[in-house]
Design a protein around this ligand. Structure first.
Ligand code: PGA
Length: 260
């Protein structure tokens, strides 16, 4: 696990974007795993700028997203399909048909999730998975108590996540309680994982994920077992890491080697 601590989320996102860009340059047909939420927005802005400057192309890239609210149509302005279109896909040269988001209206959730996993496998698996982290340490919608071997499935959200997400909805009653989500086991199969964490409300989750025990109570802690996981944090999100100075030096050296 490499941990890069930056002063701001913009700087951290620029560095994370450099890793994504290096992959896409090396493998124009790369398979990206993408995330939603407020966290990856500055990363997507960087990728859009690199694409507009013709430094990278997404023409042959394929993508699969982590999760989708259960019951929201793709046209709903809080659906994750809508989020991806408006925050990334509509602004880069990716083929829309190569972008995949779980169908929140699928009648048979189990069938939808199984087909999603099968399609990722058929594409050769995810080369690089972008992740945020919930204030309770979740990755995708793998809430505390999710098996670390879990697969893509219908999940129920904790009251904390519903509360965290309510800022995007007009009223609390509108916030979905269920989602379709890739599992921790599915995420662990990505060849590389890039987790972004910004703000003081993520500090406890980051400390739990990096320095706590591996536990289904903080599903991001499973990444301790991943062979190629990178955390990009701003200073506030890294504030509770005991060894943050050491991680920063080591992480920057590892990043420089990767980008050389
Ligand atoms: P956020 O959500 O980026 O909106 O903070 C992160 C998450 O819940 O994974």
């Amino acid at each position: 696990m490499e941990i890069i601590v930056c002063k701001t989320k913009e700087e951290a996102s620029r560095k994370a974007a450099a890793l994504v860009a290096a992959l896409v340059k090396k493998n124009p047909k790369a398979v990206l795993g993408l995330a939603t939420g407020s966290t990856p927005i500055p990363l997507y802005k960087e990728l859009i700028a690199l694409n507009k400057a013709k430094k990278i192309s997404f023409k042959q890239v394929r993508s699969w997203n982590l999760d989708e609210y259960w019951g929201l149509p793709p046209t709903h302005d809080q659906s994750y399909r809508y989020f991806m279109d408006t925050n990334l896909f509509d602004h880069v040269d990716i083929a829309k048909k190569s972008t995949h988001v779980l169908n929140g209206l699928a009648k048979d959730a189990a069938k939808e999730c199984a087909a999603y996993e099968k399609a990722i496998k058929a594409a050769g698996g995810i080369d690089l998975q972008v992740l945020g982290i919930g204030s309770d340490g979740h990755i995708a919608f793998n809430e505390p108590g999710s098996s670390l071997a879990s697969r893509t499935r219908l999940v129920s959200l904790t009251p904390q996540t519903v509360k965290d997400n309510s800022r995007f909805f007009k009223k609390a009653a509108d916030v979905p309680r269920y989602a379709l989500s890739m599992g921790v086991g599915s995420i662990m199969e990505a060849k590389r994982v890039v987790l972004l964490a910004f703000g003081a409300n993520k500090a406890a989750a980051v400390a739990g994920a990096v320095e706590g025990g591996v536990s289904q109570f903080c599903t991001a802690s499973a990444l301790q077992m991943h062979p190629d996981a990178w955390f990009f944090c701003d200073a506030a999100a890294a504030a509770k890491l005991k060894l943050r100075k050491y991680y920063t030096v080591r992480g920057e050296e590892a990043l420089a080697r990767e980008l050389a």
